[in-house]
Design a protein around this ligand. Sequence first.
Ligand code: LMR
Length: 396
Amino acid sequence: MFENLPALAPDPILGLSTAFKKDTNPAKIDLGVGVYKDEHGNTPILKSIVEAQKQLMESETSKVYITPQGVPGFIDGMLGLILGKASPVLLSNRVAAVQAPGGCGALRILAELLKRCNPDTKVWVSDPTWANHIPLIGNAGLELASYPYFDKATASIKFDEMMSCLADVKKGDVVLLHGCCHNPTGADLTKEQWQQVAALANKVGFLPFIDVAYQGFGEGLDEDAYGLRLMAESVPEMIIAASCSKNFGLYRERVGLAVMITPNSANRDIVQSQIQYVARGIYSMPPSYGGALVDIILANKSLTHMWEGEVADMRERMIQLRKLLVDNLAAQGASKDFSFINQQKGMFSFLCIAPEQVQKLRNENSVYFVDSSRVNIAGINTKNVEVLAAAIAGVL
Ligand code: LMR
């Protein structure tokens, strides 16, 4: 049975962690997988999560199955966080949702749902996009295509080219947009650009599919939801995959939410039944633990306040690290102007250098990041930044 299977290359992102662990150089630097790290290179459990864990330990009395939809308080809390508590689509009962195993689980079940709606659905993703979007959506059997997004030469969004491509997509095609903190480039649409994309979605009739995995890491929890909320209020139908891996630091607990905004309340119940059927056929129901923790935090004012402070601290630290990197690159006499890094948002930046230069940094300097030149800004700290900047300047 397995004899004819070829071995596959390591995952372009997760494979970096394995290679990094094997590297014996004590000065190695890990800017690969997108996880938040503190000054010491650790990814600690958030204090608000520790407190929620204590409360859950005392209040949980059974490990019986949760409902197929997930932890009810988690879903309500997350919908308020993403869409805004007073969102017109929530108030008009047009939102179906299920808890999912991570943002990946949400992306996959939404792709499966799209396939059930129309097997010929075409999904447009930004060029570039997060590497795992391709298998998560493509392996559901959907056709993928890309729209122009980022210009490496100018380190900026090719907005006009993106708009003219999206103006030509077919009614019913799906356009995947990153809600904030674009992965991998860190280049986000401005408010005015979101307004233009929302108007175009209505004009052309494409379905916006928003992936929001870094809410709070760009400008703020509400600020980062601007485009998503605007879109939700503008279009008749839309889908959202949300993740709690990063902003709640719940990576290994696999906590996400799949959201479907439907044209009316009657259709909402149909879509809710369909997405639960899809999930039942893949993993039956989501794991409870991480969703229960998020529920505890979002249902308690002082814990919510504590968590918001922790998200703000992570965000502010990454903004400072961007500046630190740019200043150190300039101090090392880098022959390229990297000041664009200060304009980018969230956890990632594209250094806009060639794959050969990335590989040279990995092989000769033990600096690990994705071949596309995406770096995890949170992997920088005051102890490694000078060595890092010198290494980058050295390969230019
Ligand atoms: C990343 O982009 O590095 C993270 O989202 C981790 C992953 O699964 O790829």
